[in-house]
Write a protein that binds this ligand. Sequence first.
Ligand code: EPZ
Length: 420
Amino acid sequence: MDRFFIRGGKPLAGGILIGGAKNAALPIMACALLTSETLSLRNVPRIVDIHTMHDLIQQHGLQISIDKDDPHHFTFEGEITNSEAPYHIVSKMRASILVLGPLLARCGKARVSLPGGCAIGTRPVNLHLEALTALGAEIEIDSGYINAKAPKGLVGTRFVFPFVSVGATENTIMAACLAKGKTELVNAAREPEICDLVDCLRSMGANIQGKGTGDLIIEGVDALHGAEHSILFDRIECGTYACAAGITGGELRLIGAQSQYLGAVIHALEECGVEVFQEENALRVRRTGSLRGIDIMTEPYPGFPTDMQAQFMALLSVSEGASMISETIFENRFMHVPELNRMGARINVHGSSAIIRGVHSLSGAPVMATDLRASFSLILAGLAAAGETRLNRVYHLDRGYEAVEKKLTACGAQIERIKS
Ligand code: EPZ
């Protein structure tokens, strides 16, 4: 397993190109299953989760080519020949569940392995199944697989999500695009990645109203055609590197980022003493004074994103004063806390909240990555800490961040990947 060696203490300075959003690219790749025509996607991030989705869609029968002149340009062609998503792929990545809606809509049946839980929580898929059942699917679970069928096709309906779910919203939108009649989704998730999914589906001929709101109206169509789409920039990657500028007291230009999707994150950055400036095609982020403790509560968009919680935990661990972070989305998303405390942070977890007492500085130590965003929070701490930090299990990081050591080294960080 690869490891990172980080020697901290240097303010970062320079430009970082922000890539396409992992959490937009994954559902949008599943859209390739919704048409027999060619779907061309640009700005697809080259990360492990995308590779897994690539393999999953390929084993459903589609041909996928990657532009030799642009590794972020994927083209999907061909027809579905297999409507089963096997355990050995789904168990690697929960987002594999996003092929369920498209397979059901196109083939009238699907057999998808139940995704296991993961480090941050049990992450059930009951809402996905309830919503698809409301669209007329007959679903049963046997030997760890979801067996779904809709031999006469899906039928539009009105479905109210009892609580906000990004993945369940995405699965249902994709299925409803090919259902007979109108579907109304109430209390749907409103993340920017869902808006990007809607944009792609519309370019394929889908009829969807209410983009960006919690109330979506989808008029089913007989078929979707091919399209070209460029994936939205990754607001979480952007917020993560903004924390790198903040924790090292440096200044970074985050190229390709737009402030419009980062409202709550920018508010939190400015509240704790990090400055953010919107430029033509970049966000410039710097910290010159001291960091101040603040309180944060994670919420569905447009609230503060849970995917930024671990990164802010690292940032606030070296602020003046105390902070409180409440995690309302996942039940076990504080596994970075004991690792940060090994580096000298003073964080106490009480149920779904963590109290952070800022310390003057952190010290490098060997630490363990436990999940994607926790991995980066430990990198951030290592960039600020005196001495050397060794981060183990970097495979967690490679699932969702492209070329981290290259991007950070170009801005003055001392970070090296030791291949296992
Ligand atoms: C998406 O996960 C993202 N993943 C997550 O990002 C993100 O943290 C999450 O949305 C919340 O924003 C992708 O988009 C690939 P949910 P998802 O359904 O769709 C519960 C990252 O780091 N729930 O909105 O799985 C669930 O357990 C990843 O990039 C049910 O109970 O999240 C959670 O507590 C991590 N039943 C809450 O709802 C269901 O059927 C929100 O989950 C579905 C969800």
